[in-house]
Design a protein around this ligand. Structure first.
Ligand SMILES: Cc1ncc(COP(=O)(O)O)c(C=O)c1O
Length: 452
């Protein structure tokens, strides 16, 4: 038995949210989408309360941004203390210590014993943009390789590197030149009758073939990889694949960039997702949960690479703002003090156990996968054909929202339910959220889809 944390007392949207929604629709372009038709009043830990008094358990965490929980007292205190002294002077104008301290701390925890340097920006896309700029400057090469189903942002360069044509790219071209797409393993969707090992061999060979068929390796500055694909559907690559890509990079003098923007800061049970794969990236991009809601991002990298650009070539007005740095320093303390890496492992086991139980019951749960607490289930119309079931995924999310659970889809086909709850969620809240998913499944199928 769990206490009732989720509490929905009005139709969605409630009357207050409805008024705001009307104003929103009049003034905010429709291209800026929203998950549920509700406006937040307060958010704390893993609970979000809307302006009509409805309370939701949060399994989205602002898309992987709130690993330390909403409104953590230490984050609030750090921001408050920072505002008391100064809010912004522009690091490119008058420098401040929190930037230095955060850089030192990130360099100390990032993989590899080599000398590192760190710079800060605002958004995830901006971090990836800068990683590409730095890699080009250092290697004097133009090319960038990203992976099928990857997501790196919405700016011109990062949109080019991103997959999923609709909604991310359609009619937004022409795209940036010199970006090449490589295959990334998706074990669940491998051809039938091909073993996982054979499939890995195949994808590794296809990756190597890019340098024969698509582009000369000596023109490539960087390979940018998510250690676990986030938007792409929480796809965990094999260690062998990641290591093979890394070896190819080393062989050809290409920089290996780990995009940790969604997988980082405890989500997978480690500070950096790439730590699971025993490779040491040349550059790492970070954002999202680093700031616990205050915009900040960064690039961490080998000193000699990071120093390739000359003074004035990197930076930005708000890049690495004092408030972002203060929040991030608090986040790093919280992850350590509250042992959130270990906690992510534990929460992930609870979610995976429940998802596997559900998979034995329902014939439309094709795959259950994850790393740490970056967990997901993929929904299909048929276990044999694996035809994606986006409609059912959306229906379950809708039902979950009605019951007071915030939930988000992922995947190229929009048929993956991904879980990104704050890692400070209590086990009772987590169980209640999982119960809501189960109830939502039952309601969504209405008995129409046969159990396994
Ligand atoms: C792996 C990854 N890279 C980059 C980004 C872009 O971050 P932002 O939306 O802050 O620009 C995201 C956002 O979801 C992401 O998941």
């Amino acid at each position: 038995m769990t206490d009732q944390f989720a509490n929905i007392t009005t139709p969605l949207p409630g009357s207050q949210s409805e008024k705001l929604l009307e104003r929103r629709n009049n003034i905010v372009p429709k291209g800026v989408s929203y998950g549920i038709p509700a406006f937040v009043d307060t958010a704390k830990g893993a609970l979000v309360r809307d302006v009509d008094g409805n309370t939701f358990i949060d399994f989205v965490g602002a898309i992987g941004t709130i690993n330390v929980g909403h409104g953590h007292p230490k984050v609030k205190q750090a921001i408050h203390d920072q505002t008391e002294r100064y809010i912004h002077t522009g690091f490119n104008v008058v420098m401040y210590e929190p930037y230095i301290e955060l850089a030192e701390k990130l360099a100390a925890i990032a993989p590899g014993s080599h000398d590192k340097k760190v710079m800060f920006l605002n958004s995830g896309a901006e971090a990836v943009e800068n990683a590409v700029k730095i890699a080009r400057k250092y290697t004097k090469r133009p090319g960038v390789i990203s992976f099928n189903r990857g997501f790196h942002g919405r700016t011109l360069m990062t949109m080019t590197m991103t997959s999923k044509v609709k909604p991310y790219k359609y009619e937004f071209g022409p795209f940036a030149p010199e970006v090449y797409k490589a295959p990334y393993p998706y074990a669940y969707r491998r051809p039938i009758q091909v073993s996982e090992t054979e499939y890995e061999d195949l994808i590794i060979q296809e990756f190597r073939d890019c340098f024969v068929n698509d582009v000369a390796p000596e023109t490539i500055a960087a390979v940018v990889m998510e250690p676990v694909q986030g938007e792409g559907g929480f796809i965990v690559p094999s260690k062998r694949f990641v290591q093979a890509v890394y070896e190819e990079c080393q062989k050809h003098g290409i920089l290996f960039v780990s995009d940790e923007i969604q997988a980082g800061f405890g989500r997978t049970g480690k500070y950096f997702g790439i730590e699971h794969f025993d490779v040491v990236p040349d550059l790492i991009t970070v954002s999202k949960s680093l700031g616990a809601g205050v915009p900040i991002s960064g690039v961490i990298g080998r000193s000699e690479v990071m120093d390739a650009a000359s003074p004035g070539e990197l930076g930005g007005t708000y890049a690495g703002s004092p408030l972002g740095c203060a929040a991030a320093l608090a986040v790093l303390d919280i992850i350590e003090e509250e042992k959130l890496n270990e906690r992510a492992e534990k929460l992930g086991r609870i979610v995976m156990d429940r998802f596997r139980q559900l998979q034995t019951k329902y014939s439309f749960i094709g795959d259950v996968r994850g790393l740490g607490s970056m967990c997901a289930m993929e929904l299909v119309k048929d276990l044999e054909t694996k035809e994606p079931n986006k409609a059912l995924t959306n229906q379950i999310i809708h039902e979950a929202n009605q019951r007071g659970l915030l939930l988000l889809s992922a995947g190229a086909y929009g048929n993956v339910l991904r879980i990104l709850m704050p890692l400070v969620i209590t086990e009772d809240q987590l169980e209640e959220g999982l119960d809501i998913i189960e109830a939502s499944i039952k309601e969504a199928i209405g008995g129409a889809i046969p159990a396994v």
